[in-house]
Design a protein around this ligand. Structure first.
Ligand code: PMP
Length: 409
């Protein structure tokens, strides 16, 4: 921890030492994906150098060894989310695949014509489109909790929308576009009171603070490893055991059965039932290495660090002329979305890039939310444990340059 109260881990991340366009890299696109610490990169190499074999099917030593590492990775995720049992953790390719798994397995079995799926105006496309596909097939109806002007969900409208037909609330924990932290425990309590299940998209919450699926009382909770300092193509889905155990397979293949004949197959217990085929073994083990790295630092310290950065950036942006922050919720994670008068977010992103400042510009896969605010998109700076005030100063300096260049502000 530095004098300013910030964490100091930039040196753990080899890519941050690489100059971009001849400049120090200020990587502020962590909502899209995070960089990887050396320990994670080495864990992947070590797996392929020392432990690579297929799991669950070999009698030989290496296969058993790889299986043990894979099983340990599941325990690591369980502990990280404070789930009750290892069997509640399904390995997936990430948030998108997890939500599709729930939609096609739980959704197809449990939704019928007239049932209601409650989404919110803050959702990422990956928590909208799978439900539309399932609604088309089942006749279920999608309802949407509106968003207030400050980027918070309208809790009164939420309570009015809940009714005995609501089968599922599918809600993002932290908005990737605005940073809003939703009151999940309270929303879950209310949804459960009408008999609905609750799916939480944790893609942007798991990397930024402590998540306890039991305290939240979520039925489904998911995240992506690549936003958590881990590998791409990997993620996890938590499902409460009794629900997961009742769910039908989604994909068929090897490793998810106990017996197969041409007449009938019997399915493996969970979670194997949902992990057909050779899984991303290296991905699971490398994801666990990322979680180990984070547990050593502490998620609460990471949350505190990012809160300092968010305050610093927000104050500075508010003090600049011609800048409008979209999303001013009381509870926000380390994400700031903004518009600069007279400069399109894409042009802004391109100018910032010239100074080595990486931000996201666009609709952030949340088009309905952009429509709600009547904007095509925003520029978004999203923070990670390795960011510091110098990164934000670089952003601010580059923004001033952009305003000069465009003769605005
Ligand atoms: N939900 C949210 C809130 C996200 O930010 C993202 C990634 N931008 C996703 C879902 C989808 O995650 P992935 O692309 O890793 O499946």
């Amino acid at each position: 921890v530095t004098a300013a109260g910030l964490l100091n881990h930039r040196e753990d991340f080899p890519i941050l030492a690489r100059p971009i366009r001849g400049q120090r890299l200020s990587y502020l696109d962590n909502g899209a994906t995070t960089q990887k610490p050396r320990s994670v990169i080495e864990a992947e190499a070590r797996f392929y150098e020392q432990s690579n074999a297929n799991i669950h099917r070999g009698v030989h030593w290496l296969s058993q060894h790889a299986t043990e590492l894979y099983d340990q990775a599941r325990s690591t995720v369980r502990a990280f989310l404070n789930a009750a049992r290892d069997e509640e953790i399904v390995f997936t390719r990430g948030t998108t695949e997890s939500i599709n798994l729930v939609a096609y397995s739980w959704g197809m079995d449990n939704l019928k014509a007239g049932d209601e799926i409650l989404l919110t105006g803050l959702e990422h496309h990956s928590n909208i489109v799978p439900w539309q596909l399932v609604a088309q097939r089942t006749g279920a109806i999608i309802r949407v909790v509106p968003v207030l002007d400050n980027g918070e969900l309208d809790q009164e409208a939420f309570q009015q929308l809940l009714n005995e037909k609501t089968r599922l609330l599918a809600v993002v924990h932290v908005s990737n576009a605005l940073g809003t932290i939703n009151p999940i425990a309270e929303m879950t309590r209310q949804a459960h009171a009408v008999g609905a299940k609750v799916l939480v998209d944790g893609a942007q919450s798991v990397p930024h603070g402590v998540v306890d699926v039991q305290a939240l009382d979520a039925d489904f909770y998911t995240f992506s490893a690549h936003k958590l300092y881990g590998p791409t193509g990997m993620g996890a889905l938590y499902v409460r055991y009794d629900i997961l155990d009742s769910m039908s397979p989604w994909m068929g293949g090897g490793d998810m059965i106990t017996t197969v004949s041409f007449e009938k197959s019997n399915y493996a217990p969970v979670p194997q039932r949902f992990e057909a085929g050779t899984p991303n073994i290296a991905g699971a083990i490398t994801m666990a290495a990322a979680i180990d790295y984070l547990m050593r630092i502490g998620m609460q310290r990471i949350a505190d660090h990012e809160a300092l950065l968010l305050d610093y950036a927000t104050e500075a942006l508010l003090a600049m002329p011609g800048i409008r922050i979209i999303g001013t919720a009381e509870h926000k994670a380390g994400i700031v979305s903004f518009l600069v008068d007279g400069i399109h977010p894409h042009d802004l992103g391109t100018i910032l890039d010239m100074d080595g400042v990486a931000v996201r510009a666009g609709h952030h896969c949340a088009m309905p939310l952009m429509t709600r605010f009547g904007i095509p998109g925003t520029a978004r700076a999203s923070f990670a444990l390795y960011n510091d005030y110098a990164d934000i100063d670089a952003l601010l300096g580059s923004l001033r340059k952009a305003q000069k260049l465009f003769g605005v502000g």
